[in-house]
Design a protein around this ligand. Structure first.
Ligand code: FDA
Ligand code: NAP
Length: 437
């Protein structure tokens, strides 16, 4: 690590966020160094107090939606010590895992794997550290190009900053609420579900409404049916119940590393087509076993004359109103246009996410970034943002590249390969040491 004359640490790479994407980058950097290359000095900053991957959706029995072989390393380096198979081996579960013949571990087990890998990098991650902004560092002359970026970090002990020749932003998806609906103690987004649920008196809940037709909604409906035994659970689903996530072999090719090249080099017309053809592999869709288990529950309730689980199909919520302690959810039927107001204790909006917000943190630095005709960031195949010539520091993104790199941008499928490509690019573009070091 370098130090400026003012005593500020300078890294080759600073990772913003330490979820699976930048964890896989740490693994790729480790491989790079292990191959005898001059090490790239890296530091990662994570706002959570410890490693955590969508902890508020770690519902019991919730399963992975990607094969265990698409872990943090295997697709780039099949003999990595950081593979899921190595994790199983070191935990004495390899034989049982194989006997179980299931490519899709529970999310809880995969979380254990991610924590196991993250434990190897505690020397280069600062938890409880939120990056608040990034500013350009010119130097040494006022008209010189921007060689480095200053990263402002907020910690419990106060603000500080470091500098980097490259940053890799991986801050994750941004929760999306229905228009005009704000979160409060009775109105939750799925991304905060378990934390909020545990704070509530589950046995006192009388009516929970779960909004959405995706995997989050279906899993939460199932969980509430199990864990809130006295509550009526109403699922508001925009279509005829839940549609199945296409996980068949040909469709899965959309997540192959080669599919990134196909998408990247396609014209916009083809990109739009690819997106339309294969959106049902991921968005607004649900795993078949979850769909079947929900239908079975409803059927079993009907057989027993119990009216606890209700599906309001072809419906969307259009408003949430508060009247003193009461919460009312307005549900509108797509078929008839009719609106009903439901009196609820809690409404869970499993209404999805926006892509990673690339521009939000970049602030002042964003003006150096080039955009396409629709105002979207131009991104190189190596995940480096295209910038004007006077910004020479590298800004890489893991996420927020659906418009350039396709469907796997926000997923785990391609992490190992993507992180390797970023390390290669950083290494290729390694700048000469700035003159004040
Ligand atoms: P992720 O959101 O995981 O991590 C970003 C990290 O950055 C967070 O830890 C956050 O705290 C931190 N951060 C944010 N802003 C910061 C700041 N300013 N400063 C410091 N730190 C900051 N995909 C898949 O392929 N298979 C699957 O099974 C699933 N399962 C799944 C379940 C659920 C419930 C959701 C919501 C999503 C999935 N996904 C998925 C998709 C999901 O995007 C993917 O699994 C990873 O979370 C992507 O990893 P990232 O590291 O990019 O983001
Ligand atoms: P999603 O797939 O985007 O689904 C959001 C749903 O909310 C859509 O059905 C959407 O319908 C609906 N919706 C939005 N506004 C609405 C409104 N006002 N009224 C009614 N419905 C509304 O989001 P998600 O389910 O959170 O999934 C996001 C990602 O997380 C996916 O990649 C998924 O695979 C992943 N995930 C994985 C797991 C797991 O690994 N086990 C668990 C949960 C999530 P429209 O499309 O019609 O707007």
């Amino acid at each position: 690590m370098g130090i400026t004359t003012a005593g500020v640490p300078v890294y080759d790479v600073v990772g913003v966020g330490f979820g699976p994407s930048n964890l896989s980058l740490a693994v790729a950097l480790d491989d790079f160094e292990g191959a005898g290359s001059r090490p790239l000095e890296a530091a990662f900053f994570e706002s959570q107090p410890s490693f955590g991957w969508h902890r508020n959706m770690l519902l019991p029995s919730s399963k992975m939606q990607v094969s265990f072989l698409k872990d943090l390393a295997t697709f780039r380096n099949p003999v990595s010590r950081f593979s899921f198979v190595s994790y199983l081996h070191s935990n004495g579960r390899l034989a049982q895992f194989v006997n179980n013949c299931d490519f899709f571990p529970t999310r809880a087990e995969f979380h254990g794997y991610l924590e196991w890998v993250a434990a190897n990098f505690t020397d280069r991650v600062e938890y409880g550290s939120r990056i608040t902004s990034v500013t350009p560092v010119r130097g040494p002359g006022p008209d010189d190009p921007v060689e480095r970026l200053r990263i402002h970090v907020s910690t419990a002990s106060g603000p500080r900053f470091v500098e980097a020749r490259n940053i890799v932003m991986a801050t994750g998806l941004v929760p999306k609420m229905p228009d005009g609906v704000a979160r409060d103690e009775h109105v939750w987004h799925s991304s905060e579900f378990l934390g909020k649920f545990r704070q509530s008196a589950a046995s006192e809940l009388k009516h929970v409404v779960v909004v959405g037709g995706g995997q989050s909604a279906a899993e939460i409906v199932r969980f509430c049916h199990d864990e809130a035994p006295n509550a009526k659970v109403t699922a508001v689903v925009p279509s005829y119940g839940y549609s199945i996530a296409d996980n068949t072999p040909f469709a899965n090719e959309v997540f192959d590393p080669g599919a990134v090249d196909d998408y990247y080099q396609s014209e916009q017309y083809a990109k739009d087509k690819l997106w339309d053809y294969h959106r049902n592999t991921n968005y607004s869709v649900v795993d078949g076993d979850v769909i079947r288990s929900l239908y079975q529950r409803k059927y079993d309730d009907d057989v027993q004359g119990v009216d606890r689980l209700r599906f309001m199909e072809l419906s969307r919520i259009s408003a949430v109103k508060r009247d003193g302690d009461d919460t009312w959810v307005t549900v509108q039927s797509l078929a008839t246009g009719r609106s009903d107001d439901l009196d609820v204790d809690v409404v869970v909006c499993a209404t999805g996410y926006e892509p990673m917000a690339v521009g939000r943190l970049l602030g002042d630095v964003d003006r150096f970034c080039r955009r396409d005709g629709q105002g979207r960031h131009l991104v190189g195949r190596d995940y480096r943002l295209a910038t004007t010539g006077d910004l020479r520091a590298g800004i890489y993104v893991q996420g927020g590249t659906e418009h350039t790199h396709g469907l796997s941008s926000s997923l785990l499928s391609n992490l190992a390969v993507r992180s390797g490509e970023i390390v290669e690019s950083v290494s290729r573009n390694r700048l000469a040491e700035p003159s004040d070091q």
